[in-house]
Design a protein around this ligand. Structure first.
Ligand code: RAM
Length: 361
C-alpha cells in the first residue's frame, strides 16, 4: 500500500507513532467484531478481478454520510465527488440530517431505484442498513463503507481512515500526557450505535487497563449523537456531575467542537483538558485560546477521494474486495485491499498550536 504522507509530523506525533508501534498494531478481537468486521461478503468474490480493466466512464457514485449537515462529511464527500470527476464519473451526496440508526435506509432504497453504480456509506449502525444494502448489492450495485463500517455482508470494501486500535490508544495517550496520568475522565461520543466510535472506545478502555493509567478513571461515556446542541448539553452535564473531572476525550468532530465551545466560555477552560478527533478549521480558535492543547484527525477529503476510487475499481471489475487486490487511487497512489476487505488510508495527524496553521480543512 502506498500511503501519502502530506503532513510533517511533529515530535509529538513521532513519539505517538513509536508508542503505538510498541503497543502492537495487530488486529484484536474487538476490532474484528466491530469497525473492521467479519470476512468480506460472498457477493464480492463471485467474479474474478481484472487488475487491468480500465475504469468505466460515467459511473454514478452516491455518497451517503452519517448525516449531511456535518462539515466533516461535507469535506469527505467533496473529496469523493472530486475524484469521480477525475475518472469521468458522476458523484453526489445524499443523506439524513440526523445520525440515528435507521435514518439511512430510505436513502439506500432510493439510490437502488436510481440504479447508481456504487453507494459509499458511513454507517450510523452496523446492522440497520444491511438488509437494504444486501438488496442493492443483489441488484449489482457495489457498496463501499467508509469512516464507519457496516457488518461485513453489507459491503464489498471498507475504506478505514486510520487503524482503529491506533486511534483509540493514542487518544488516551494524548489526554494522559495533559493530565499527568491522573484523575477522572469522560468520553463524549457520537451516537450509541456508531460502529467507528464504539470500536475506538473499546480500544480506549483497553489502553486504560495498562499500569501507567492506574490513577485515571473513566467515569462516563456520554452520547451527543453528533448533534451540536446535544453535545454541548452533555458536556455541561459531565462537568456538573463530575466537578473534579480532569479531562474529556471526544472522538467525533461534532462532539469535540461543541465541548470546546462550552469549555472555552466556562471557568473550566484550560483546566478540564479536552482532546479527540476534530477538524483544524473548527478547532483552530480553541487551540489558540488555550481550551485545547492537541487533537487528531486524518484528512477527510483524502478519505472520500480514496473511497470514490475504491468504488470505481469495484464497479469496473478491477477489484472484488478480496485480500491482496490492488487498485490505483489517483493522486494518492496505489492501495491494496487488506484482510476482511479493509483498505487503510494511513496514519492520522496530531494538531497543536505549533502546526495547526498549516492546515486548512
Ligand atoms: C464525526 C463523525 C464521523 C467521525 C468523525 C471523527 O464527524 O462521527 O463518523 O469519523 O466525527
Amino acid at each position: 500500500m502506498t500511503t501519502r504522507t502530506p503532513w510533517r509530523p511533529t515530535a509529538l506525533i513521532a513519539g505517538l507513532v513509536l508508542l503505538t508501534a510498541s503497543c502492537g498494531g495487530g488486529t484484536t478481537k474487538s476490532d474484528v467484531a466491530q469497525q473492521s468486521s467479519a470476512p468480506a461478503a460472498t457477493a464480492a468474490s463471485s467474479a474474478a478481478a481484472d487488475p487491468n480493466a480500465p475504469l468505466k466512464q460515467g459511473l454514478k457514485i452516491a455518497f451517503l454520510p452519517k448525516q449531511v449537515n456535518n462539515p466533516y462529511f461535507t469535506i469527505a464527500d467533496n473529496g469523493g465527488i472530486e475524484a469521480a470527476k477525475e475518472f469521468g464519473g458522476e458523484g453526489k451526496e445524499v443523506g439524513p440530517s440526523d445520525a440515528s440508526a435507521s435514518s439511512q435506509v430510505s436513502y439506500i432504497n432510493t439510490l437502488m431505484q436510481q440504479k447508481q453504480d456504487a453507494i459509499v456509506i458511513s454507517a450510523n449502525d452496523p446492522n440497520a442498513v444491511v438488509p437494504a444494502l444486501k438488496q442493492a448489492r443483489a441488484a449489482g450495485i457495489k457498496v463501499v463503507s467508509y469512516d464507519s463500517d457496516t457488518a461485513a455482508e453489507g459491503r464489498d470494501v471498507f475504506v478505514n481512515q486510520a487503524g482503529a486500535e491506533d486511534l483509540g490508544r493514542t487518544e488516551v495517550q494524548l489526554l494522559a500526557e495533559q493530565i499527568d496520568h491522573k484523575g477522572k475522565i469522560a468520553v463524549l461520543s457520537a451516537t450509541p450505535n456508531a460502529t467507528n466510535q464504539n470500536t475506538w472506545i473499546e480500544f480506549m478502555k483497553d489502553e486504560l487497563k495498562k499500569p501507567e493509567y492506574k490513577d485515571m478513571e473513566l467515569v462516563k461515556v456520554a452520547y451527543g449523537n453528533d448533534d451540536d446542541q446535544k453535545s454541548f448539553t452533555e458536556t455541561q452535564g459531565l462537568l456538573r456531575s463530575y466537578p473534579d473531572l480532569a479531562g474529556i476525550i471526544s472522538p467525533t468532530t461534532v462532539g469535540i467542537a461543541a465541548a470546546a465551545r462550552y469549555l472555552s466560555d466556562s471557568p473550566s477552560k484550560g483546566k478540564v483538558k479536552l482532546t479527540g478527533l476534530g477538524t483544524p478549521n473548527q478547532l483552530r480558535k480553541f487551540v489558540k485560546d488555550g481550551t485545547i492543547e492537541a487533537f487528531e484527525l486524518w484528512n477527510p477529503a483524502d478519505l472520500g477521494y480514496l473511497a470514490s476510487y475504491a468504488a470505481a475499481a469495484l464497479a469496473s471489475g478491477q477489484i472484488t474486495g478480496a485480500e491482496g487486490e490492488k487498485f490505483k487511487a489517483g493522486k494518492l497512489g496505489e492501495y491494496t485491499v487488506g484482510a476482511k476487505g479493509e483498505v487503510l488510508l494511513g496514519k492520522p495527524t496530531v494538531f497543536n498550536k505549533d502546526n495547526i496553521d498549516k492546515f486548512d480543512f
